[in-house]
Write a protein that binds this ligand. Structure first.
Ligand code: 5RP
Length: 236
C-alpha cells in the first residue's frame, strides 16, 4: 500500500500503521481527518478486508466518512455509538504535555467532540509536528457565519487585552469564497506565534458569542505515535 513514498508521507504512513496496534476486534473507533488519518483509515480497511477485523468507525468529517466506506469500514454516527473505545487522529502541533493544535483540515469541531467521547485518544504525526510551545501553526477557530466580522473583532480585542495577539486573524478561504466546515461554519486562523497559557486561551475563546470551538486540544490526547522519514516510529 505504501509503495515509493516521500519521507514525509512515509513518516505519516508508519505512524498510522503502528497506531493500528491500539485497535482491537469489536472496538468503536473514532476516525480522524487529514492526510495522516487517511493512512490510518486505509490501513484499518486493509485489516477489515484481509484479517477479518470487526470495528465500527465514527468519522470526524464527511471526507473521512467517504474514505472509510470506500475501504470497507462499517460507519456509524456518534449518536449510534454513544461512546468510543478509541479515537486516532492527526494533529498540526503537539507539545511535551501532549497538548495539541488541530483544525488545519477544518474538522476541529467534530474531531474534538469525538475525541472527548472516547476512552482513549491517540495522535498520529510525523516528527515535524513536535513543538516546544504551541502556536507557530495558526490556531483555527470555528465561528458562526452570522456576524463573523464582529466575532473576529471581539476575538482580537479580547486577546489584545490579554496581551496575546495583535490584529492578526484571517478568514479561511476556499478560492474566492469562505471555507465552510461540515457544520456550515467559517474558520478564523489566528497567528499567535507562541501560546503562553493554552488552557486559559481555550476557555476564553469558547466563552465568546459566535465562537463554536477552537483548535486547542488540552488534556485530551493520551499518546502520540511519531513517525520519522526513515521509517522509525516512537510512541510517547
Ligand atoms: C484536521 C486536522 C488534522 O488532523 C491536522 O490538520 C493534521 O493533518 P495532516 O495529517 O494532513 O498533517 O486537525 O482538522
Amino acid at each position: 500500500m505504501s509503495g515509493e513514498l516521500s519521507p514525509i508521507d512515509k513518516a505519516k504512513f508508519v505512524a498510522a500503521k503502528r497506531a493500528c496496534d491500539f485497535v482491537e476486534d469489536g472496538m468503536r473507533v473514532g476516525l480522524g481527518t487529514g492526510s495522516t488519518a487517511a493512512w490510518l483509515v486505509r490501513c484499518l480497511g486493509e485489516m477489515v478486508r484481509d484479517d477479518g477485523l470487526r470495528i465500527k468507525g465514527v468519522p470526524t468529517s464527511s471526507r473521512t466518512a467517504q474514505l472509510a466506506r470506500d475501504v470497507g469500514i462499517e460507519v456509524i454516527s456518534l449518536d449510534e455509538a454513544k461512546w468510543l473505545d478509541l479515537t486516532i487522529d492527526g494533529a498540526d502541533e503537539f507539545d511535551g504535555d501532549l497538548n495539541l493544535i488541530k483544525g488545519g483540515g477544518g474538522a476541529l469541531l467534530q474531531e474534538k467532540i469525538v475525541a472527548t467521547a472516547s476512552d482513549q485518544m491517540v495522535v498520529i504525526a510525523d516528527i515535524g509536528k513536535e513543538v516546544q510551545h504551541l502556536g507557530a501553526f495558526p490556531l483555527p477557530i470555528e465561528v458562526i457565519p452570522f456576524g463573523w466580522q464582529t466575532t473576529q473583532a471581539l476575538v482580537e480585542e479580547t486577546l489584545i487585552s490579554m496581551d496575546v495577539l495583535g490584529r492578526n486573524s484571517t478568514l479561511r478561504m476556499n478560492g474566492e469564497v469562505p471555507f465552510i466546515t461540515d457544520e456550515g461554519n467559517y474558520i478564523l486562523d489566528l497567528r499567535l506565534n507562541r501560546i503562553g497559557n493554552a488552557r486559559q486561551l481555550a476557555l476564553v475563546l469558547n466563552q465568546m458569542p459566535g465562537v463554536v470551538e477552537n483548535g486547542l486540544f488540552i488534556d485530551i490526547c493520551d499518546a502520540v505515535v511519531i513517525g520519522y522519514g526513515d521509517g522509525r516510529v516512537e510512541v510517547r
